[in-house]
Design a binder for this molecule. Structure first.
Ligand code: HEC
Length: 144
């Protein structure tokens, strides 16, 4: 169960580290960079959770705080209705912008609440499950 949560969150984070190669629209590029920055934080947490890197509570809490900060930028990053052949953003974002931004706020809230709660390695998997759910909730409706 723990392992599953970590794998799920890492899958979300890992799929598209280089997916924005060749993107020409600057607004699309910016929002992809924002997403990639969040994915990097999830990878930091995942590597620690799996024991690939040494456990460091401060680094874990910092990654969660950074996630919360990055989540707060999502509404602004997606405000322009920008498109690009490489974009995976669904048009429904701008039809249901309130719902879209509610998902961003939920991620900001969840990660903000988790930042500071990581004390042992065992805290990482449940935290990642919550983060993964918040990422996935938006992706399932608003990303191809
Ligand atoms: C409010 C909605 C929303 C939330 C929350 C969200 N995403 Fe995304 N994400 C998107 C959309 C929409 C795209 C597609 C953007 C595009 O291709 O133009 C995307 C794209 C991505 C990409 C691909 C970036 C690229 O370079 O193509 C990654 C990686 C990603 N998200 C990771 C995450 C992670 C990790 C989280 C949680 C920590 C997260 N996302 C939370 C909406 C969201």
């Amino acid at each position: 169960m723990k392992k599953q949560a970590i794998t799920m969150a890492l899958l979300l984070a890992g799929t598209a580290v280089l997916a924005h190669g060749g993107v020409k629209d600057p607004d699309v590029m910016n929002r992809m960079m924002g997403m990639s920055e969040m994915a990097r934080q999830v990878q930091i947490l995942g590597a620690m959770a799996k024991g690939e890197t040494a456990f460091d509570a401060e680094a874990g809490n910092k990654a969660l705080a950074k996630l919360s900060e990055e989540a707060s930028y999502i509404p602004t990053l997606f405000e322009p209705e920008a498109t690009d052949p490489k974009s995976e953003a669904l048009p429904v974002i701008w039809e249901k912008y309130d719902r879209f931004t509610a998902h961003a706020q939920e991620l900001e809230r969840v990660t903000g609440a988790l930042a500071g709660t990581i004390e042992t390695r065992a805290d990482l998997a449940p935290a990642m499950r919550q983060v993964g759910q918040a990422c996935g909730a938006c992706h399932s409706s608003f990303r191809q």
